[in-house]
Design a protein. Structure first.
Lengths: 249, 249
DNA sequence: ACGTGTGAAAATATTCACAGCT
DNA sequence: AGCTGTGAATATTTTCACACGT
């Protein structure tokens, strides 16, 4: 995974020991996988599956079963030994753990090609998010309707964030504008940002940034492809779950 | 990270000890960051900066300097003690390491909203990739021109991949079609896939898959946001670079 | 002096393997 | 008999801290 793109997440061990105030620490790597497990579980639920073993859920999520069980153990004990997990129960637990019960409002800033595509992306709605505001700086776009929402001017950002109680924003503006937009978002009270602009965003420690860098993903693939081409063996040995790669210089 | 989304990368320690056949192993976590360093370096180069210290390059890339130096050390020794790194030299080295010298041809499968946006994404071209083919299954799209390229039918995929020597493909089709498209790509000889469909792709071990799951990214942010809301302290303590998060159940 | 390069230490993450519950 | 939950072992990644070259 893109591993650890977390910017700043405060660590806080256990105060608040009220009624069943049971506390756990969930490793970051586990959190990143919970979303995948949830997706697989929802799919199974729709197919009418009532129970899954760690083995089959792991297969559906593309991980091994030991990792899956370890991950789920951080949430608590929701499986039944000898049987497996109830799809409904586990779905609900992960859903709750990810904080999705509140159908969060999201603001989308930047309505270029990518922004427009994101605005219409059904996956957001179906997986717990509601795009509550579209924002851009271009006079040509402001006031127009995109996928059922009127585009607002970036100057009314603070107002919109406040009105819609937005905590999460998606930034899809050009790189040069990203830090400025980010600063405005932070000033408006947004605490989580998903950044598609190919820039490093600087934020205060209470704000969390994740980035999606499309070209970087291809470059990583390119690196591995390069290795393969250099050594045209491979392909024979099944199951080669290595994490390092030999490089010839 | 999205940490370790690698599917299958064969590990091969050092045979091939020919002339200067110096070999290294580059950790996966490092590879994922090289793309970010490269971006920062290119930006500095364009600004006319000739030399950088690990400290300032790290700042530009959003990591700490120890990590940056360690990462760069896997490529070899391209810095000068007491001085720093030459921007041009380091840019060239990372570029080469990522296998970008050959301006790789990429196929894009799926021209829905997201696919169309990706087809027009300038960042691919500027960072080493050439979109060489657009492919879709919809009769309404096949034959039309999108960002300067004619959309081809998915049935001619193998032919196109061969003709354009495509090793890397971007999959932006609906989830239900993704595995089928993936299988066709693999059969055609594609060895690296960037998957935007919210599904786990099953591939043979010589093929490398990375995924971008947009809703999952938001869910991860949601998780952290949920923690913040639960404990409205934070904000005071600067610099809290923790990787774990307390959970109240 | 300064800043890289890197062993060694610490922190995280993954995998193993099996005790324990149904 | 089957499958979860988890300590212990292993692997990977990050951070520290300082020797070394310029």
């Amino acid at each position: 995974m893109q591993p650890g793109q977390l910017n700043a997440v405060g660590e806080h061990a256990g105060q608040r020991s009220v009624a069943a105030g049971d506390q756990r620490v969930i490793p970051e790597a586990t959190v990143a996988r919970l979303a995948t497990y949830l997706r697989a579980l929802v799919g199974m639920g729709e197919l009418g599956v009532a129970t899954v073993s760690s083995e089959s859920l792991a297969a559906a999520a593309g991980v091994n079963s030991a990792k899956l069980r370890k991950d789920l153990s951080y949430l608590g004990s929701y499986g039944v030994r000898g049987v497996g997990y109830e799809v409904a129960v586990l779905t609900e637990q992960i859903h709750k753990t990810l904080g999705l019960h509140q159908n969060r409002a999201v603001a989308l800033i930047g309505l270029g090609h990518l922004g427009q595509a994101l605005a219409g992306y059904a996956g957001f709605a179906s997986r717990g998010f509601r795009i509550a505001a579209l924002i851009d700086a271009s006079p040509a776009l402001v006031g127009t309707q995109v996928h059922g929402l009127i585009v607002q001017h970036v100057d009314s950002l603070a107002e919109v964030v406040e009105r819609e109680s937005i905590a999460i924003a998606v930034v899809a503006v050009p790189a040069v504008a990203a830090q400025d937009v980010c600063d405005r978002l932070v000033a408006s009270g947004v605490t989580s940002i998903l950044n598609f602009a190919p820039t490093v965003l600087t934020v205060p420690p209470h704000v969390d940034v994740r980035k999606v860098d499309l070209a970087a993903e291809l470059q990583i693939l390119s690196f591995h492809d390069n290795r393969k081409a250099a050594r045209p063996d491979c392909a024979g040995s099944d199951a080669a779950p290595a994490t390092k790669v030999a490089v010839v210089r």
